[in-house]
Design a protein around this ligand. Structure first.
Ligand code: CP3
Length: 339
C-alpha cells in the first residue's frame, strides 16, 4: 500500500491532508455491542492471544466509525505475561500481578521477551495488514514507568505511591527494573513493526504523576531507550495523561507526535513540542453531553490543532464504556467534513 494515501501518516509528517485524520483511544471496546458479543465468556488475556479474534475486534470500530486508523487490540501487560510474569487481567479491575516487585532479586527474576512468545500478535498484525487498505494500523506498548507502576503496585493505583517510593528510595532497583521493561517493550514493538504496523504509540499513561525534573531523571532515559531504538522511519506517538508540564520532555524522548490530554489546549501543547505533530484532545466526558456541546468542543479542538505542524484528532484519553457509539460515528463525520 502506498504510504502517501494514508492520511494519518501524511499528518504525522506535516504534509497537506484532505481531512484531519481521526481515531479514538480504546475505540475497540466496551462501548460497542459487537465487541461485547464476541468477547462474551472469553477472558481479556485469552482474547488477546487469538489472532482471529484480535483481527475481528480491531476491525470493528473501523467498519462502524470509518476512523483513519485501527489500533491493534491487545493490552500493555500482554508482553509482560508473555515474558513469564504471573499476572492476569481481572474484569472490572484491570491488570493484577501475583508477586509485586520490590527488590533487586524480584527485578533479576524478570526474563527478556522472546519474540516467538508474542507470535500471536505478529499473526494478528499480518491478518490486519491484508484487510486494512488505506486505513493505518497502529501498534502499541506501555512505557517503562507505566508498566513498572503495575508491577510495583500489583495492580491499578491512584497515586502510584509504592512506585514512587521505590523510584526515590532505591534508584538502582528502579533503574534496573525500567531497563528490563524497556528491553521487553522494545522487543514487543519490533515484533509489531516487522509484522507490518504503520505507526507505534508508546503509552506512558501515568507519567503525569511526576514532576518534570523527576521525569527527566528517572523515566525519560528509559523511554528514550525504547523510542530511540525502533526501526528507522517508523513513526512514533508518545502519550500520557496529566502531562502538561512534561510535554517538552516527552517530545525529547524521541517521537514524531506527542499525545495530549484535554487539560492543555493543542496550540499551547504545540508550542511546547516545536516541529512535532500533536494528537488529541477532546475530553471523553464531552461525548456524554448533547450533540451541540460535542460539536462546539470538537470544532475548538480542530481550530487549536490546526496551529500545530500536524494534527491527529483523538480524545484526551480512552473512550468511556457508557459512550453512545453513534456519537463517535457522527464525530468522525464532523472531523472529516470540517474543511
Ligand atoms: O488507557 C490507557 O491509558 C492506555 C494504556 C493502557 C492500556 N492498558 C492499553 C490498552 C493501560 C494503562 C492499560 C492497563 C489496563 N488494562 C487497564 C487500566 C487499569 C487502570 O490502571 O486504571 C485496564 C482496565 C486493562 C484491561 C483492558 N485492556 C481491557 C478490559 C481492555 C478491553 C477494551 C476495553 O476498554 O474494555 C483493554 C484493551 C486495551 N488496553 C487497548 C489498549 C490500547 C485496546 C485497543 C484500543 O484502544 O482500542
Amino acid at each position: 500500500m502506498d504510504d502517501t494515501t494514508k492520511v494519518l501518516l501524511r499528518a504525522i509528517r506535516g504534509e497537506a491532508v484532505p481531512h484531519t485524520p481521526v481515531w479514538f483511544m480504546r475505540q475497540a471496546g466496551r462501548s460497542l455491542p459487537e465487541y461485547r458479543a464476541v468477547r462474551a465468556g472469553i477472558g481479556m488475556l485469552e482474547s488477546c492471544r487469538r489472532p482471529d479474534l484480535v483481527t475481528e475486534i480491531t476491525l470493528q470500530p473501523v467498519r462502524r466509525h470509518k476512523v483513519d486508523a485501527a489500533i491493534l487490540f491487545s493490552d500493555i501487560v500482554v508482553p509482560l505475561r508473555a515474558a513469564g510474569i504471573d499476572l492476569d487481567i481481572v474484569a472490572g479491575t484491570g491488570p493484577v500481578v501475583a508477586h509485586p516487585v520490590s527488590t533487586m532479586a524480584d527485578v533479576e527474576a524478570i526474563r527478556p521477551l522472546e519474540p516467538e512468545a508474542v507470535g500471536f500478535v505478529a499473526e494478528a498484525v499480518r491478518q490486519l495488514r491484508r484487510e486494512l487498505g488505506t486505513t493505518a494500523l497502529i501498534g502499541f506498548a506501555g512505557a517503562p514507568f507505566t508498566l513498572a507502576s503495575y508491577l510495583v503496585e500489583g495492580g491499578p493505583s491512584k497515586h502510584h505511591v509504592k512506585t514512587k517510593a521505590l523510584m526515590y528510595g532505591a534508584p538502582e532497583v528502579w533503574n534496573a527494573l525500567c531497563a528490563r521493561l524497556a528491553e521487553i517493550t522494545l522487543t514487543f514493538l519490533r515484533v509489531q513493526a516487522e509484522a507490518g504496523v504503520d505507526v507505534v504509540q508508546l503509552f506512558d499513561s501515568w507519567a503525569g504523576a511526576l514532576s518534570e525534573a523527576d521525569y527527566r531523571k528517572y523515566v525519560l532515559p528509559h523511554s528514550a531507550a525504547v523510542l530511540g531504538n525502533l526501526p528507522e522511519g517508523l513513526p512514533r506517538i508518545h502519550f500520557g495523561v496529566g502531562t502538561a508540564e512534561l510535554l517538552t520532555a516527552m517530545g525529547e524522548a524521541g517521537t514524531d507526535v506527542v499525545g495530549v490530554d484535554w487539560r492543555t489546549p493543542l496550540d499551547v501543547a504545540a508550542s511546547r513540542v516545536p516541529g512535532k505533530a500533536v494528537q488529541g484532545n477532546l475530553d471523553p466526558c464531552v461525548l456524554l453531553a448533547p450533540w451541540e456541546v460535542v460539536e462546539r468542543e470538537a470544532t475548538r479542538v480542530l481550530a487549536e490543532g490546526a496551529k500545530a505542524p500536524g494534527h491527529i484528532f483523538n480524545l484526551g484519553h480512552g473512550v468511556l464504556p457508557e459512550t453512545d457509539p453513534g456519537v463517535l460515528t457522527r464525530l468522525v463525520e464532523l472531523v472529516h467534513h470540517a474543511r
